[in-house]
Design a protein around this ligand. Structure first.
Ligand code: CO
Length: 141
C-alpha cells in the first residue's frame, strides 16, 4: 500500500459541553488539554487531549442543526469517529477510493488534526473513519 496508516491519531467523542466533559477526561483521567479550537465549517468547538502518542478529540456542537448537533440529539454523548494518521492523506484517500470504499470527502481538507478526510461508516462496519496528515508544525504529534 502506497500510503500506510501509521497509528491511531485520535478518537473523536461527542459531548454536550466541553467544560463539563473536562471534569472526566482532564480531571479524572489526567489527560492534558493541548488545543481548543472552533471549527465553524464543521459546526463544532473541539478540544484535543493528549494520551501518549495519541489524542482524544472532544466535540461540542455549536448548534443543534450541525452534523454533530444532530448526532448528539439522536445518539447522545459518546464515541463518534476513529482517526488514523498517515504521512500522505491524499494517497490514503486514493487507495480507499480504488478499493471502492464509500467516501464522505472526495478531497482532503484542513481540519483540527491536519489535512483530513472522512470515509463513510457504511463501508467500515458502522465506524466513521477519519484520515489525518498532521500539519508540519504539529509533526511531533
Ligand atoms: Co477527528
Amino acid at each position: 500500500m502506497s500510503a500506510p496508516l501509521t497509528r491511531i491519531h485520535h478518537v473523536g467523542v461527542v459531548v454536550r459541553n466541553l467544560e463539563q466533559a473536562y471534569g472526566f477526561w482532564r480531571d479524572c483521567l489526567g489527560l492534558p488539554v493541548h488545543k481548543v479550537a472552533t471549527v465553524e465549517d464543521q459546526g463544532v468547538r473541539a478540544a484535543l487531549l493528549t494520551v501518549g502518542d495519541s489524542e482524544i478529540e472532544l466535540l461540542e456542537p455549536l448548534a443543534p442543526t450541525s452534523g454533530i448537533g444532530k448526532f448528539l440529539a439522536k445518539r447522545g454523548e459518546g464515541l463518534h469517529h476513529l482517526c488514523y494518521a498517515t504521512a500522505d492523506v491524499a494517497g490514503a484517500l486514493a487507495a480507499a477510493r480504488a478499493k471502492n470504499v464509500r467516501l464522505i470527502d472526495e478531497q482532503p481538507r484542513p481540519g483540527l488534526a491536519g489535512m483530513i478526510c472522512f470515509l463513510h461508516p457504511a463501508s467500515a462496519h458502522g465506524v466513521l473513519i477519519e484520515y489525518a496528515q498532521p500539519f508540519p508544525e504539529d509533526a511531533h504529534r
